[in-house]
Design a protein around this ligand. Sequence first.
Ligand code: IDP
Length: 147
Amino acid sequence: MERTFLMVKPDGVQRGLIGRIISRFEDKGFKLVAGKFVQVTPEQAKRHYAEHEGKPFFDSLVSFITSGPVFAMVWEGDDIVALSRAVIGKTKVTEAAPGTIRGDFAAHTPYNLIHGSDGPESAEREIANFFEPHEIVAYSKTITPWI
Ligand code: IDP
């Protein structure tokens, strides 16, 4: 079973969208296995966005993600990395299609509400940056064979 790291960014928390964002992934049939509020530290933010270091928007990205609490989560599902990116929508809000989270709720990049891992390896690295292994709960759902 594939895992991904999803994070409601500070703008999503401030706008009261945590519940509606979680519902999108529950509706899709994914399984939530960990979740918590985090005040991201600058060091943690720089690790999380290491691939963007050196880009012109890097410093403002770190400032943004540390500007208020985020809601960090681990979700499980077959092909969840690719499928959850489809639920989230394109990075730039002008390209995010209606029906996606960003397409429906986000109006300005970088305030695009949610982060989702872009590959299984980055998912594992990002999960380790936010969660201890014991915070991730193993359980089964009887609905799984129907999804
Ligand atoms: P993703 O969040 O869709 O995976 P990434 O390319 O990994 O997109 O970029 C990380 C975050 O950096 C984006 O979600 C967005 O908040 C911000 N970002 C990306 N490109 C730009 C840009 O050109 N200007 C300002 N912010 C950007």
